[in-house]
Design a protein around this ligand. Structure first.
Ligand code: HEC
Length: 97
C-alpha cells in the first residue's frame, strides 16, 4: 500500500503537468487545433475537422497528421518535436473522456 502511494506521488504530478502543457498547446498553437476540432477536455468545440472525442486517435495518428497534414488540415512543421509529442500524448490520453 505504501509502495502504491509512493508510485502515485511520483507519477501523478508529471502526468498532470503533461496534460496542462498539451491542453495549452491545443488552444494556442497557430492555427489552434481548437479552431477546427472538438475536444471536451480542452474546452474546444471546432467543427471544421472531425471531433477528436469521437475519433479517439492514438498518439501515432496525431503525430502523422501534424507532420504531414491531412486533407484540409495543414501540416504543423513549425512545432518542435517536443510540442508535437506533448500534443499527441495529450490528445490520446483525453480524447473521448
Ligand atoms: C484549419 C483547421 C484545422 C486545424 C487548425 C487543425 N486540424 Fe486537425 N484536421 C482538420 C481536418 C479538416 C481533418 C480531416 C482531414 C481528412 O481526413 O481529410 C483533420 C484531421 C485531424 C486528425 C485525424 C487524422 C487522421 O488520421 O484521420 C487529427 C488527429 C487531428 N486533425 C489533430 C489536430 C491537432 C492536434 C491540431 C492542432 C495542432 C489540428 N488537428 C489542427 C482540420 C484542422
Amino acid at each position: 500500500m505504501r509502495l502504491l502511494w509512493l508510485l502515485t506521488a511520483l507519477l501523478a504530478p508529471p502526468a498532470i503537468a503533461q496534460d496542462a502543457e498539451g491542453r495549452r498547446l491545443f488552444t494556442s498553437v497557430t492555427p489552434a487545433c481548437a479552431l477546427c476540432h472538438t475536444l471536451k477536455d480542452a474546452g474546444a468545440a471546432g467543427a471544421i475537422g472531425p471531433s477528436l472525442d469521437e475519433l479517439k486517435p492514438d498518439a501515432e495518428r496525431v503525430v502523422k497528421a501534424l507532420r504531414n497534414g491531412i486533407g484540409q488540415m495543414p501540416a504543423f512543421r513549425h512545432l518542435t518535436e517536443q510540442e508535437v509529442q506533448s500534443l499527441a500524448r495529450y490528445v490520446e490520453s483525453v480524447a473521448g473522456r
